[in-house]
Ligand binder design. Structure first.
Ligand code: ADP
Ligand code: 5GP
Length: 203
C-alpha cells in the first residue's frame, strides 16, 4: 500500500516545526523529508537533519538534474524537496511529511493530487511576529521579510484541505493527529481490506 504524502505549510513562526516534531514523536511510520536549502544554518542546526545546506551552484545543479519534487525561493534563499527519498518512503507505505512554503505546496498539490495538505496558523496574525521574535533566530531585517511574506502566504490558505489552528500547542498536535488518522482510514487507502471482504461476500 502506498503511503500518505502530508504537506504542511503556514507562515514563518506559525509553529510548523514545533507541532510536527511533537506529532512525529507520538507516531511511528512517519518520515520527515529533509529539504535542500541555500539558507545558512542557524545555531544548533545540523546538515542532513534540519536541512541539506548547500551553495547556490549545488542547488541549481540538483534542480537541473530533476532531483527536486518542488522548489521555491523564500526570503532570499532557495528551498527544495529531494524527490528520491520521498518516492522511496511512500512506496514503503510510510507517511512522508513535507514542511514547505505555499509556492512549493501548490507544485506538490498539482503533481500529487492525492497529497493531504494542511495549513497551520495561529488564529491571531500578531502572534506570528511575537513567536518569530521569541524564537530569537532571525535578524530584524529577516523578521520584516518573513512578515511581509506571511501576508502573501495567507492568500494560498484556501487551496489546503485542512486548516489547523496553533494557539494551544496540545490542541494543534491533537488536531493534526486526527487529520492523519482520518486520512489513513480512507477507503481508497485500504484496498487490501476492501478486496479481502469483497471476495468473501456471496450476495
Ligand atoms: P515555524 O516552523 O512555523 O517557523 P516554529 O515551530 O519554529 O515555527 O515556532 C516558532 C516559535 O513559536 C518557536 O519559538 C516555538 O517554540 C513557538 N511556538 C510554537 N507553537 C507555539 C504555541 N502553540 N504557543 C506558543 N508558542 C509556540
Ligand atoms: P526556515 O528558513 O524557517 O527553515 O524555512 C522557511 C520557509 O521555507 C518555511 O515556510 C518552510 O516551510 C519552507 N521550506 C522548507 N523547506 C522547503 C522546501 O523544500 N521547499 C519549499 N518550497 N519550502 C520549504
Amino acid at each position: 500500500m502506498a503511503g500518505m504524502l502530508l504537506v504542511v505549510s503556514g507562515p514563518s513562526g506559525a509553529g510548523k516545526g514545533t507541532v510536527l516534531r511533537a506529532v512525529m514523536d507520538r507516531r511511528s511510520g512517519m518520515f520527515f523529508s529533509v529539504s535542500a536549502t541555500t539558507r545558512p544554518p542557524r545555531p544548533g542546526e545540523q546538515d542532513g537533519r534540519e536541512y541539506f545546506f548547500m551553495d547556490g551552484k549545488t542547488f541549481s545543479e540538483l534542480r537541473g538534474k530533476g532531483g527536486l519534487l518542488e522548489w521555491a525561493e523564500y526570503a532570499g534563499y532557495f528551498y527544495g524537496t529531494p524527490e528520491g527519498p520521498v518516492r522511496e518512503r511512500l512506496a514503503r507505505g510510510q507517511t512522508v511529511v513535507l514542511d514547505i512554503e505555499v509556492v512549493g505546496g501548490a507544485q506538490v498539490m498539482e503533481r500529487c493530487p492525492e497529497a493531504v495538505s494542511v495549513f497551520l496558523t495561529p488564529s491571531d496574525e500578531r502572534e506570528l511576529e511575537r513567536r518569530l521574535r521569541g524564537r530569537g533566530t532571525e535578524s530584524e531585517e529577516t523578521i520584516q521579510k518573513r512578515m511581509a511574506r506571511a501576508r502573501e502566504e495567507y492568500r494560498f490558505m484556501d487551496r489546503y484541505r485542512y486548516i489547523v489552528v496553533n494557539d494551544a500547542l496540545g490542541e494543534a498536535v491533537k488536531t493534526l493527529e486526527a487529520v492523519i488518522t482520518a486520512e489513513g482510514a480512507r477507503a481508497e487507502r485500504r484496498p487490501e481490506i476492501f478486496s479481502q471482504y469483497r471476495e468473501k461476500t456471496t450476495v
